[in-house]
Design a protein around this ligand. Structure first.
Ligand code: WTA
Length: 653
C-alpha cells in the first residue's frame, strides 16, 4: 500500500528538551523575541556583548550597495586580541585554551597566556619577514598547535590567511597561491595520519617549482618540524619555524583594524571548475562565530571541554575550532590524526581522557562508527558528554538516533547545524534546551537569521512542501565576496532571486507541517562527499587534462558511508584506447585526479563509455548518469539528442 510506504518515510520521533538542561541553558527564548522585534538592534547587541571593540561602531548594517554588505563598518577591532589577550587581561590566562593530542599520542597543553605569547612571537616572525597588512599567507599544515597559532598571527597583523586543506595536491596549492597572490606559505615537513608520517612539504615544493609552473608570488616558505621526515631545502626561500621564531620576541601590541578589514579567504568548490575564494571580514564574522558557538553549543566556558573534529582546512575548522571557541574563551581539544588510528576507538578514548562535554562531528564519521559497531564506544566512558553536534550534510534519522543513544547515552541533545563556507557561521539549528528535536531535521533559523524555502520564482512554499533554500536578509558573518571576482559573486549567489534580494544557497529543503526545515542536499552540480564539497566540473576538468581522456562526466552517487561518492564516466581518446588495458586506464585516471586535486576527489568508480548523454544544446544530462550510477531505471530521456545513448551505456555496464 503506497500509504504505508509514505508513513514509513515520515520521521515522527520527537525529543523534548530535558528540564535540567533547560534550567542551565545559555540560549533562552528571549533571544528569538529580541531578534524578532528588532533584527538589526539584536545583532548590534550581540556585537557589543561578545566582541571587544577598540573603536565602538555606530552603524550596524550598510546595505546600500547590495549584494556588498558592510557590518559595524565604522568600528575597529583586532580579531586575535579578541581571541587571546582580552581573556588574559580578564584574569583567565591560566585557563587551558587547547588540549592538543597528536596521532602518536604526544600531547601539548596551551593556556590562554601561553597561546597569546606564541601568537605574539609568530606575529613578530611574520613582520620580520616583511608581511604586512593585507598580504596573503597560505597555510598548509596538519592539525597541530602551529596551525591555530599561524592563523591568529596572520589575523593579528592584519594580513589575510588562506588555509589549504593538507589533503590537497600541489596543483590545488598552486591554484590557490596564484589566485590570492600569496607572499608566504606556512607548511610542515609532514603530519601524522593513519599511523605514519604523511609528507606535506613536497607538495609545496612542487607547487612552487618554477620549471613546472613558472615563477610564483611566494618569497618565503616557513616549515614547521613535525614529521621529522627528510625534506628538500630551498636556500633563500625556506626557513624552519623553530629557527625563525627563536629570533622573535614575545612583545607585540595588537593594532586595531576596521570591522570590514579582510580576515581570510577560504576556497570552496562551485559549479564551474575554478574554486571560489570565499572572502570573510573581521567584525561581523567574529560576531556570528562567537554568537552561534555560544548559543548552539550551550557553551559554559568555565566548565565545558569542547571538541570539534573538523580540520582547519575547512570552514568548520575556522569558525568552530579557531575563532568561535577562542573568542568565547573556551577550553577545547584538537586532534591531529584519523578517527581509527591506532585503532577504531581513538575518538572515544580522547573523549574519555579529556572529559569532553561538547562534541561536534560529521555524519559520514558517525555512519562509519555505526558500521564498526556500538561495542567500540560502549567500552569507553562517555558520560562527560552533554551535547552533540552534526555538520556537513544531512544526517539521516537512523544515524541521528544512534548518535544520541550510543554516544550521547540516550540523553544528550543533538544540534544538526546547517551552514556553508559562505555563511561563515551556523544559520539553521535547534537551540539546545529550547527546541524539541526532530531526528534528521536542521529545524529552525538561529535568532537573527532570516531563512525561507521558496519555489523557482522566489515565492515561499507552503508547509509540507519542498523548494530552494534562501537567506532573505543579510547577516553579519556573510561572505563579502569572491576574491578578485565580484561578478561571479553576484551571479553565483544573488542573480537567481535578484528581484527579491535573496541569497541562494544551492540547497534544496522542505518545510514540514510545523514549518521546520529539512535539508535535501545540493540542487546544483556540487557533490557532498564525506561532508566535503566537490564540484563535478572541477573533477571533469582534471580528468580531461589526462592524455587518455576525450570527454568526461562526473556525478555524485548515493553512498552508504560517505553520503555521496564520485562516479566518473569517461570517453577515451581513440588513439589511446589500444595502449592500455581498461583496468590500468582506470587506475591511471584515479591517480591523476588525486594528483590534480587531492585524494578526496578520486572517483570511487570510473566507467569507460563510448558516448555521453547530451541534450540538443550539448549539455551533459548528469541526472541520467546518476540513475545508472545508483542502479536505478533510467529516467526520462526524451530531451536527449540521441535517445539510444542511454540504452547503449546501460547495456554496456
Ligand atoms: C551541506 C560546511 C544538511 C549543504 C559547514 C551546504 C548540510 C554545504 C549541513 C556547505 C546540514 C552543511 N544538513 N546539509 N547540517 N551542513 N551541509 O561550505 O549542502 O563545506 O550547502 O560548509 O554542506 O558545505 P561547506
Amino acid at each position: 500500500m503506497p500509504d504505508n510506504i509514505d508513513n514509513l518515510l515520515v520521521e515522527t520521533r520527537r525529543f523534548a528538551p530535558d528540564e535540567a538542561f533547560t534550567g542551565q541553558a545559555v540560549a533562552t527564548p528571549a533571544l528569538a523575541e529580541r531578534a524578532a522585534a528588532d533584527r538589526l538592534g539584536f545583532w548590534a547587541d550581540q556585537a557589543r556583548e561578545l566582541v571587544t571593540w577598540s573603536k565602538p561602531f555606530t552603524r550596524v548594517l550598510d546595505w546600500s550597495n547590495p549584494p556588498f554588505a558592510k557590518w559595524f563598518d565604522d568600528g575597529s577591532l583586532n580579531v586575535a586580541y579578541n581571541c587571546l589577550d582580552r581573556h588574559v587581561e580578564a584574569g583567565l590566562g591560566d585557563r587551558v585554551a587547547i588540549h592538543w593530542e597528536g596521532e602518536p599520542s604526544d600531547t601539548r597543553t596551551l593556556t590562554y597566556a601561553e597561546l597569546t605569547r606564541e601568537v605574539k612571537r609568530a606575529a613578530n616572525m611574520l613582520l620580520d619577514l616583511g608581511v604586512t597588512e593585507g598580504d596573503r599567507v597560505v597555510i598548509y599544515l596538519p592539525l597541530i598547535p602551529e596551525a591555530v597559532i599561524s592563523m591568529l598571527a596572520v589575523a593579528r597583523i592584519g594580513a589575510i590567511h588562506s588555509v589549504v586543506f593538507g589533503g590537497f595536491s600541489a596543483e590545488s596549492i598552486r591554484a590557490r597561491v596564484d589566485d590570492a597572490g600569496a607572499k608566504v606559505v606556512i607548511t610542515a615537513d609532514g603530519g601524522w595520519r593513519k599511523g605514519a608520517v604523511s609528507p606535506l612539504k613536497p607538495a609545496v615544493d612542487e607547487a612552487l617549482d618554477e620549471t613546472l609552473h613558472g615563477a610564483s608570488t611566494v618569497d618565503t616558505v616557513i616549515v614547521v618540524k613535525r614529521g621529522e621526515n627528510p625534506v628538500d631545502w630551498h636556500d633563500g626561500r625556506d626557513l624552519w619555524w623553530h629557527d625563525a621564531i627563536a629570533r622573535s620576541g614575545d612583545d607585540h601590541v595588537a593594532q586595531a583594524f576596521p570591522a570590514e578589514h579582510p580576515l581570510f579567504i577560504l576556497y570552496t568548490s562551485g559549479t564551474t571548475g575554478k574554486p571560489k575564494g570565499i572572502l570573510h571580514t573581521s567584525g561581523g564574522y567574529l560576531t556570528g562565530a562567537a554568537y552561534s558557538h555560544r548559543n548552539v553549543f550551550d557553551l559554559h566556558a568555565d566548565t565545558d571541554v569542547y571538541w570539534s573534529t573538523a580540520d582547519i582546512g575547512w570552514i568548520t575548522g575556522h569558525t568552530y575550532v579557531v575563532y568561535g571557541p577562542l573568542a568565547n574563551g573556551a577550553t577545547q581539544v584538537i586532534y591531529e590524526g584519523t578517527p581509527d588510528s591506532p585503532e577504531p576507538g581513538r575518538w572515544w578514548d580522547i573523549i574519555e581522557k579529556y572529559r569532553v562535554t561538547l562534541f561536534y562531528a560529521a555524519p559520514t564519521a558517525i555512519r562509519g562508527f555505526m558500521k564498526a559497531g556500538r561495542q567500540i564506544p560502549a567500552s569507553r566512558d562517555l558520560s562527560s558528554l552533554r551535547l552533540l553536534g552534526s555538520v556537513g550534510e544531512p544526517i539521516n534519522p537512523e544515524a541521528w538516533v544512534w548518535y544520541r543513544d550510543v554516544i550521547g547515552g540516550g540523553i544528550t541533545p543533538i544540534v544538526d547545524t546547517w551552514w556553508q563556507t559562505e555563511t561563515g557561521s551556523i544559520m539553521i539549528s535547534a537551540l539546545p534546551g529550547i527546541t524539541t528535536l526532530k531526528p534528521g531535521a536542521a529545524q529552525v533559523p538561529l535568532p537573527g537569521v532570516a531563512i525561507d524555502v521558496v519555489d523557482d520564482h522566489g515565492e515561499p512554499v507552503g508547509r509540507g512542501e519542498g523548494g530552494l533554500l534562501v537567506i532573505t536578509e543579510p547577516w553579519p558573518s556573510m561572505l563579502r565576496g569572491i576574491w578578485g571576482d565580484p561578478d561571479r559573486y553576484r551571479e553565483t549567489y544573488w542573480e537567481k532571486f535578484a528581484d527579491k534580494g535573496y541569497y541562494f544557497a544551492g540547497d534544496g529543503a522542505r518545510k514540514d507541517d510545523d514549518g521546520d526545515i529539512w535539508l535535501l542536499g545540493r540542487v546544483d552540480d556540487v557533490m557532498n562527499v564525506s561532508g566535503h564539497r566537490l564540484s563535478t566540473a572541477e573533477i571533469e576538468s582534471a580528468l580531461v587534462s589526462h592524455p587518455l581522456v576525450a570527454e568526461a562526466a562526473v556525478v555524485g552517487a548515493a553512498d552508504e558511508t560517505t553520503g555521496q561518492a564520485v562516479v566518473a564516466f569517461v570517453i577515451l581518446r581513440t588513439s589511446q584506447v589500444e595502449s592500455m588495458s581498461p583496468d590500468d586506464a582506470v587506475a591511471a585516471l584515479r591517480a591523476h585526479v588525486g594528483h590534480e586535486i587531492g585524494a578526496i576527489a578520486k572517483p570511487k568508480t570510473v566507467m569507460i563509455v563510448q558516448e555521453l548523454p547530451k541534450t540538443r544544446s550539448g549539455k551533459i544530462m548528469r541526472r541520467l548518469l546518476r540513475d545508472v550510477a545508483e542502479g536505478r531505471e533510467v529516467g526520462d530521456t526524451t530531451t536527449l539528442a540521441d535517445t539510444s545513448v542511454m540504452t547503449v551505456i546501460s547495456a554496456a555496464l
